[in-house]
Design a protein around this ligand. Sequence first.
Ligand SMILES: Nc1ncnc2c1ncn2[C@@H]1O[C@H](COP(=O)(O)OP(=O)(O)OP(=O)(O)O)[C@@H](O)[C@H]1O
Ligand SMILES: NC(=O)c1ccc[n+]([C@@H]2O[C@H](COP(=O)(O)O)[C@@H](O)[C@H]2O)c1
Length: 778
Amino acid sequence: MSAPNGLICFTNCLLPHEDGSLEEKDLWIDERRGVILDAQRTFFLRKERPDRIIDLGGNILSPGFMDIQINGAYGFDFSVYEGDDDAYRQGMRTVAEKIVETGVTSLVPTIITQEKSLYPKILQLLRPFTASKCATLLGWHAEGPFIQLAKRGAHAPQFLMAASEELKSFEDVYGADNLADKEDWLMTGEGSSDSIGVRIITAAPEIAGVIPAMEEVVKRGVIFSIGHSTATTDVATEAVRSGARLITHLFNAMPQLHHRDPSIIGLLAASPHISYPGSAVERARNSPLQRTESLLKQVALSNALHEGPKAASEAFDDTETPPETPVVHNHTETDLHLVKGKVTDLAFERPFYELIVDGIHSHPNSVRLAHSTFPEGCILITDAMKILDPHLKDGVHEWRDGKRFVKEGDKLYLEGTDTLAGSVVTLDKCVRNFSRFTGSSLGEAIKCVTYNPAKCLGLENKKGTLRPGADADLVVLDRKGNVLSTWVKAADMATDSPSPFTDPPNYQFPTHRLHRVLRNPDKQPIVLVACGSFSPVTYLHLRMFEMAMDYIRQNTDYEIVGGYLSPVSDMYKKPGLLSAYHRVNMCTLAAEQTSSWLMVDPWEAFQSYQRTAVVLDHFDYEINTKQGGVTTADGVHKPVSVMLLAGSDLIATMSEPGVWSDADLDHILGRYGVFIIERAGSDMDQAIDSLSRWRHNIHLIHQLIQNDVSSTKVRLFLRRGLSVRYLLPIPVVDYIEQHGLYTDDGSSAAEREKEKGKEREAGSSDKGNVALASSSSS
Ligand SMILES: Nc1ncnc2c1ncn2[C@@H]1O[C@H](COP(=O)(O)OP(=O)(O)OP(=O)(O)O)[C@@H](O)[C@H]1O
Ligand SMILES: NC(=O)c1ccc[n+]([C@@H]2O[C@H](COP(=O)(O)O)[C@@H](O)[C@H]2O)c1
């Protein structure tokens, strides 16, 4: 028998291709590594078979959706930082956990114009974030403050500014660290190392200093997006030539299409005739920015003198007489096409553009106009505000700075104004709307929330795609485009499951030895959980808890309120693994008869294989959610920290490729933490070498009296008829004898071979003299 390989095959489904077509095909993923596999290689070359085959009943299996502009959701606003880092991180986590119900598996949190001093702090907190059962937060999108007053929408006018010192102004505002070169940027962050950091800045290119700063900022890996702007065609074109790659919420907060000066919107149909000689920065310094700058001054003056912010109407540019059509600059005379339908390839790379397809921010005709002009650049976004929550009712809601929003269906506006302020539409609804508004297929609509945004961000090998090696972020949709389930890095988010865990029949979480009241109210309560085969349980397994107890008492602020052995499921199929029934019985005898505080939880043992991250979630759920944690003698509730207890050999496997997924490691070591017991033959420092980013949550405990008893050696002794007394608790020895366990009977020849291989390894290692002892006695 072999250990489960974690392979899942989705079958009977339609897969979207990157060109927008749909094809009936299977998809293979690797649950342990959280990635998509090359089905041909896995099945035919590696001759692997899936552990699980999931029949999707003819539904669509799409890459997970990506939202590159979202201001908040589920009550949390990425733009509001109230001085508490933990509260902010918790808000990020809430959004990441809940947004998966809308099919979104990665997103770029967006902050609108802030008071200057807040940027460095918030952007630091918004470094990439991955955790189990959560969508990935890819980085940040900063909209403002270098934007056009006249097109500010809901941005606070007093915080808008010009970039008079060009690059320095950008560094002053966002923080030089946050604008560091992409190679350095993540090094100081707290995100996981496999994070792919995304930084987007929305700015108005006509604002003084923006274009001159742009080339350097773009060179450092930041995506530049044109938005909240009154840029003329010349200026907008200049911005793209200087590196702008995206247009922020097309049609909104920009001049409307004018045939003589189509401005930003016109970039979607950029003509091959557009061509400018000279350096981009020089051109920018001498370019016709004066017109827009003088408009900016006029508006600022009118604000100061008259009615305040409202004076700058969104439509003010429409009252301007459009200039003459700019002169065609391309003088090269080339042969013209003779073949119908052949179009000149543009040297000018048209920017991607965002569309809010809620039926409110843009008319369906406009959506269709944009998409049919440049389908490859189309990206759907929600631009959602913190009240985005598909379960929320219509009404008035608090925003910030004493302002309030009104939500009417998918429409959201500032109370007492007509100003649209972001949206409350979900991205899956945008996909459905888009398909209906444009008449495009569902596959083409999916492309606008998967492949197109991924390509814009340069992530098309990792996200928004079904390419082998990409993250297994997936959404199952019915043929109407409704989300049926969402997977992040191969983990099923089970969005519609009422309880997060499946319990075995008649299961009850053991609490009879859990201390409900802390002895010392100043300490933090902690529960230790040891996961393993326990085939059979040895004295060392039990001593691990005693060693941890001594260490915790002497070195930490924790107080242990419980300790649990959690035997692994039979599905783990490790050589020498006796049935869960016997392993749980032996652990129970050992705990109940030799310890005053240890318990055995059979939850993991009596069901299909559960990853350790999920097992820790289960303990957290039982102790903190269901039991409500513990209390102090004064009745104050305290949540209990759940921590893994493991030997250094187990922790060493965390650096082996393919055994633990990155998301699980982040969950186990980032969210929970571990106490590691030194084990002969497995160097502790080496074991945690690649886990340094979670070092604060990793505690190393040396064995002061070395004991290298292992279950493998015990099984070997039993097979040879040798005594195992004083290696295991006596009740366990008696149980083994009574039930005739660990003889060769009952296991297949193949299993016996594997087991013997393992025993040979154990015997020949310097861990002990099993081979010697057994050969001298046989
Ligand atoms: N002698 C030991 N020293 C330190 N840790 C140990 C020792 N024996 C077991 N452990 C730890 O106990 C936990 C449960 O281990 P497991 O049940 O797999 O025991 P094992 O003795 O390693 O089993 P096997 O020999 O079957 O591989 C693991 O975290 C393992 O590292
Ligand atoms: N990805 C995972 O969650 C993962 C990987 C390897 C081992 N484990 C756990 O480690 C424990 C001990 O495993 P071994 O008995 O193989 O040392 C088991 O409980 C097993 O479930 C978990």
